[in-house]
Design a binder for this molecule. Structure first.
Ligand SMILES: [Zn+2]
Length: 89
């Protein structure tokens, strides 16, 4: 895409900082542990948790800085707002 539209949290905004994150966002060769949630927040899976099912659940945590190049990918204040008032976004 040649034009970048700022829509604050769209999946396209993530991965524009470096090839590594871009490839993970594409997720072509593997199941990425860094994903964009339905709320438009970028999450990274940080561990597994035992729930009362057969399959362990993933523990996700919002990512504020790209783990590969250190670029700020989302604003902690904005993410907190999303959690506190999801409808305001
Ligand atoms: Zn990056």
């Amino acid at each position: 895409m040649a034009t970048e539209t700022r829509n604050d949290g769209g999946a396209e905004n993530f991965g524009s900082c470096c090839e590594e994150l871009k490839q993970i966002m594409a997720g072509e060769d593997f199941e990425p542990l860094i994903t964009v949630g339905g709320d438009g927040i970028l999450y990274m899976s940080v561990g597994l948790i035992d729930i009362e099912e057969d399959e362990p659940g993933m523990v996700d945590h919002p990512v504020f800085f790209c783990p590969f190049c250190g670029t700020k990918v989302q604003d902690p204040d904005k993410v907190r707002d999303m959690f506190e008032k999801p409808d305001a976004a």
